[in-house]
Design a protein around this ligand. Structure first.
Ligand SMILES: [Zn+2]
Length: 193
């Protein structure tokens, strides 16, 4: 049996237990009979699919080209959608990411930036860490001169529980690790539509 199937079966057993403790009679609800397995598959194949996978697997999906930019010029990729899961509450948070980087010798194939965002989103996350992991990866992998990542998200753990308000959370990460307000503004600042 492959590793993911084994995980699905094991997790489905635990979800089944949760419903048993909550006195939800799964077997009497035809539409809930497969819920434990559906939830387990969503965890294993979607929400947490990159948990524990080595970064070399992402490296292998990357393509770099020689830069045609003059020093200090920018490449910006905006409104990259993402969904991740808050590791404090196991509830989704989702939104958009704006990436800007100033290359040195190498640039990414453009479609690789959303792929990087997706990679780091697909495990239990904190928005602050996710923003930083994306910036760090771009900075190191392409040996970029400067990277700025801004992420705007809605957290269902804020909207659907506790005080129950709808609000946006914006996080930033810049590399190298010093915040230069002028450079940050030139790279789009906190730009969101
Ligand atoms: Zn949360």
């Amino acid at each position: 049996m492959d590793e993911n199937n084994r995980k699905v079966i094991e997790i489905a057993g635990f979800i089944h237990e949760i419903f048993r403790v909550l006195d939800v009679p799964l077997e009497q609800n035809p539409d809930m009979k497969d819920t434990p397995r559906r939830v387990a598959k969503m965890y294993v194949n979607e929400f947490f699919k990159n948990q524990g996978r080595p970064l070399e697997e992402l490296d292998a999906q990357m393509t770099l080209f020689d830069s045609v930019n003059s020093k200090g010029e920018l490449i910006m990729i905006r409104n990259i959608p993402f969904t991740s899961v808050c590791r404090h509450h196991l509830l989704p948070f989702y939104g958009k990411v704006n990436v800007a980087y100033s290359p040195q010798k190498k640039i990414f194939g453009l479609s690789k930036i959303p792929r990087i965002v997706n990679w780091f989103s697909s495990k239990p996350q904190l928005q602050e860490c996710l923003t930083d992991e994306i910036a760090n990866y771009i900075y190191n992998f392409a040996d970029a001169e400067y990277v700025r990542v801004v992420m705007k998200a809605e957290h269902t753990c804020i909207a659907c529980r506790g005080v129950g308000v709808n609000c946006d959370t914006i996080t930033t990460s810049v590399k190298p690790c010093y915040f230069n307000p002028k450079r940050f503004a030139e790279m789009g600042g906190y730009d969101f539509d």
